[in-house]
Design a protein around this ligand. Structure first.
Ligand SMILES: NC(=O)c1ccc[n+]([C@@H]2O[C@H](COP(=O)([O-])OP(=O)(O)OC[C@H]3O[C@@H](n4cnc5c(N)ncnc54)[C@H](OP(=O)(O)O)[C@@H]3O)[C@@H](O)[C@H]2O)c1
Length: 306
């Protein structure tokens, strides 16, 4: 697997690498068999998540899809389940509601692979059930709530692999906080980019406190999925990759035995981040994880939760 060191702090080379000849420049992956392993994929009912879930299943894993719409989850499973194959199940889990996340964790099994894939890119300001801005609330806080609840119940096995889906668009911004307010679609993209920086940070923050688990972050590419729906389909299919190709980095992080914990980019490979890259700021990463826990446990969360 190739490694890329970012030559400058400028975001342009990274954004260029994200789009230019993306289909031809993708990294090669060599996932191993996963027979007998258990995998959980959030948002596994659609887009990149469904491809990831199906691919892990093809590799032999028992797969659970965590999703907010049970019937969509069942329909997704029917697309890849074989009657003589591994188990496939749906775990109801709305990441925009911390109570739903808690309930999901209480019904969870013990997983060898967890893929934090679900994500939203809001086109206008929206909030989660507990009143948090939705990109932060789902992409970062909901997944922190799920991770902590699974860890608390011993549902993440020692040596397990946990993959956070980031997006290299984070290079255009510098911070991720819970109090970002905005109007309109541009603000929504900024909120999304901030949340993807937060997701990348969570890999660092958890790795520092849970060294027996293998923490990864994956940039899937610019993918023709349900996330960014604008523009004509002919242009989207020219510039963007398929959801199957978008699942490659997640699958490599989940299943490639010789891939050490890293941030894996779909065209640049293993990212060796410069110290001035916002994604490399481990202090901010740790501070954000602590802040998320304060929001989840503290009086503000209880007040918001009503
Ligand atoms: N597409 C890209 O170009 C791109 C680039 C970089 C990173 N990513 C990341 O890749 C991941 C997958 O995105 P995608 O492109 O596959 O988008 P997608 O097609 O829109 O799929 C998003 C998934 O997340 C689920 N989800 C959204 N809100 C949820 C909630 N509150 N609780 C539980 N599940 C929820 C959706 O479920 P519903 O069907 O119920 O809505 C859906 O299954 C995201 O984390 C995204 O940020 C995507």
């Amino acid at each position: 697997m190739k490694t890329t060191t970012q030559p400058s702090r400028s975001s342009l080379p990274r954004l260029w690498a994200c789009l230019w000849r993306q289909p031809r420049n993708q990294i090669e992956i060599e996932p191993d068999r996963l027979d007998g392993k258990r995998a959980l994929v959030t948002g596994g009912n659609g887009g990149i998540g469904r491809e990831t879930a199906g691919w892990l299943y093809e590799l032999g894993a028992h797969v659970t899809i965590a999703c907010r719409n049970e019937s969509k989850g069942r329909a997704a499973i029917e697309q890849f389940r074989r009657h003589d194959g591994p188990e496939a199940a749906v775990l109801p889990c709305d990441l925009a509601d911390v109570h739903s996340v808690e309930s999901a964790a209480s019904n969870a099994q013990r997983y060898d692979i967890v893929v934090h894939n679900a994500g939203v890119a809001p086109t206008s300001y929206a909030e989660t059930k507990q009143g948090f801005e939705s990109a932060f609330g789902v992409n970062v806080l909901g997944h922190v709530a799920l991770t902590d609840a699974l860890l608390h119940r011993g549902c993440i096995a020692d040596g397990a692999r946990v993959v956070w889906l980031t997006g290299d668009i984070y290079i255009t911004i510098d911070d991720c906080t819970s109090d970002y307010r905005y109007r309109g679609a541009v603000g929504g993209w900024r909120a999304y980019s901030r949340s993807k920086l937060g997701s990348l940070w969570m890999r660092h923050a958890y790795a520092a406190e849970q060294p027996d688990i293998r923490w990864y972050a994956a940039h899937p590419g610019v993918v023709n999925s349900g996330l960014a729906k604008g523009g004509p389909q002919w242009l989207r299919s020219r510039l963007m990759i398929s959801t199957r190709d978008g699942a490659r980095t997640s699958v490599a992080c989940a299943a490639q035995a010789n891939l050490q914990p890293c941030y894996l980019h779909n065209t640049l490979g293993i990212m060796d981040l410069r110290s001035d890259d916002p994604g490399a700021n481990r202090e901010r990463a740790t501070a954000l994880l602590e802040h998320c826990r304060t929001l989840l446990a503290g009086p503000e969360s209880r007040r918001l939760a009503g």
